[in-house]
Ligand binder design. Structure first.
Ligand code: GDP
Ligand code: ZN
Length: 459
């Protein structure tokens, strides 16, 4: 068994709510709580009981708080360890004092998500659920939060389990055909049927991967580059978006001095805005680093906001930029519409080829709504935002899904080239294993167990 120390944390939002809870988990949870507490002997009370008492200062016995203490013994707890929750109604100061006392008596301050990590380590929840809790802690917007909550519900686990079930049935059929060719009960699995089943699972994985892009975006923010010639209004755009929308994080450590980053929430879409040209007008991205290098910078962005000046003619530089970004996720802003239109809007639309073009006057705060709508449309096309499929948001999951998809396509190719069944089976089994890694379940034995629970061949 794993040796884990006893951890403690305040498990209610700070400064809110009438009741605050200090939670302890681990072997020493009961003894530590007992040292802080005057009332019944907590180490001898029944599991899942609540007790009234007082928390006192260690030396003076001076009372800090009247509390209700819940005692939950392992294994029927969230962490599968002994858990004590001390409920108090006091303010911030007394909650903090309670936590300090728990640490004083031998607990360690829990890291963010550590209770959940224990729930996983002790087998209480699966990996995807544990990861969902981590995401929940880091979620930057409400939508990102909902994705994490859904995953926590175990929806991803359920879907993955269902896909694996379909694969295992396929494998089982193949197995039976190989081992018991004379067994009549078993449906003859034609290669076509096999192909069909593989395609069904494959399609679902592809759908999940498509959703994953949105999931990643929700969690990490859309990396958005603001580009354009000097003086077109890039900094003004950045300021407008930051002012209109609550900045999520303003001070990102590791931000270079040349590049300003801001996190804003545009209609539930978290944007990580990068004003590439930045503060100094002379150091415009394209001017300074050239077209090739800027192409590379742009390639790393999820979204490009290209700003043009309505009160100017289209320059070669503008044309070059339009050419570079036309195959990327881009929204073009024609800014300064309060000034005379000398820019040929139709030419811009022709050059950018179907990508959204929005007109703004940032100085008059006009067109910002349309821009925000265009951003939301770009990332939530086809109603993905409300789809309950958008719950893959984890890099590890995405990688495993990609690998599983690859294995299935290899199986499919093996069928096409009339490879022997057992070779096809290896690819399908591999996909099954990869999906299992998402939920932390790939014990080879269980493949065997499941194979036989599928088909009671009764020998
Ligand atoms: P950047 O060099 O692309 O970052 O451009 P800035 O945001 O620094 O703006 C350059 C100048 O254009 C500033 O004097 C702004 O006040 C001005 N400007 C920005 N947007 C507009 C607009 O919509 N209309 C007008 N008339 N001026 C604007
Ligand atoms: Zn600027």
């Amino acid at each position: 068994m794993m040796e884990l120390d006893t951890i403690a944390a305040i498990s209610t939002p700070l400064g809110e709510g009438a009741i605050a809870i200090v939670r302890l988990s681990g072997d020493e949870a009961l003894t530590i709580a007992n040292k802080m507490y005057r009332g019944k002997d907590l180490t001898t009370v029944d599991s899942h009981t609540i007790h009234y008492g007082r928390i006192v200062e260690p030396d003076t016995e001076e009372m800090i708080e009247e509390v209700m203490v819940s005692v939950m013994r392992e294994p029927k707890t969230f962490t599968r360890e002994d858990v004590v929750e001390i409920n108090c109604h006091g303010g911030l100061a007394s909650v903090n004092r309670l936590l300090e006392l728990a640490l004083y008596h031998g607990a360690r301050l829990a890291e963010p998500g550590e209770f959940t990590k224990r729930a996983f380590l002790n087998g209480r929840i699966d990996l995807s659920q544990a990861e969902a809790v981590m995401d929940l802690i880091r979620a930057k917007t409400d939508k990102a939060m909902h994705v994490a909550v859904r995953q926590l519900d175990g929806k991803l686990s359920k879907l993955i389990t269902r896909l694996r079930q379909q694969l295992i049935e396929t494998v089982a059929h193949v197995e039976v055909n190989i081992d018991y060719p004379e067994y009549d009960d078993v449906e003859e699995m034609t290669l076509n049927l096999l192909k069909e089943r593989i395609a069904l699972v494959s399609d679902e994985i592809i759908k999940l991967l498509a959703m994953a892009k949105q999931g990643k975006i929700l969690r990490e923010g859309i990396s958005t580059a603001i580009i354009g010639r000097p003086n077109v209004g890039k900094s003004s755009l950045m300021n407008a978006l930051v002012q209109e929308n609550k900045a999520i994080v303003t001070d990102i450590p590791g931000t270079t001095r040349d590049i300003i980053e801001e996190y804003v929430n545009v209609r539930g879409v978290p944007l990580k805005l990068v004003d590439t040209a930045g503060i100094r007008e002379t150091e415009d991205l394209v001017e300074k680093i050239g077209v090739e290098r800027s192409r590379q910078v742009l390639n790393e962005a999820d979204l490009i906001l290209l700003v043009l000046n309505n009160n100017d003619v289209l320059t070669d530089e503008d044309r070059q930029l339009l050419e570079i970004v036309r195959d990327m996720e881009v929204i073009v802003l024609i800014n300064k519409t309060d000034l005379e239109a000398t820019l040929d809007h139709d030419e811009v639309k022709r050059l950018i080829d179907g990508k959204p073009v929005v007109t703004t006057s940032l100085i008059e705060e006009a067109g910002i709504d349309q821009l925000e709508q265009a951003i939301a449309d770009t990332f939530f096309t086809g109603g993905i935002e409300s789809s309950d499929l958008s719950y893959v948001s984890n890099a590890r999951h995405i990688q495993l899904l990609n690998q599983a998809k690859q294995s299935l396509s290899e199986a499919d190719m093996a069928i096409d080239s009339e490879m022997p069944l057992d070779l096809i089976q290896i690819d399908v089994t591999r996909a099954w294993e990869l999906l299992g890694e998402i939920i932390g379940d790939t014990v080879q034995d269980s493949l065997i167990d499941q194979l036989f629970s599928q088909f009671c061949l009764g020998k």
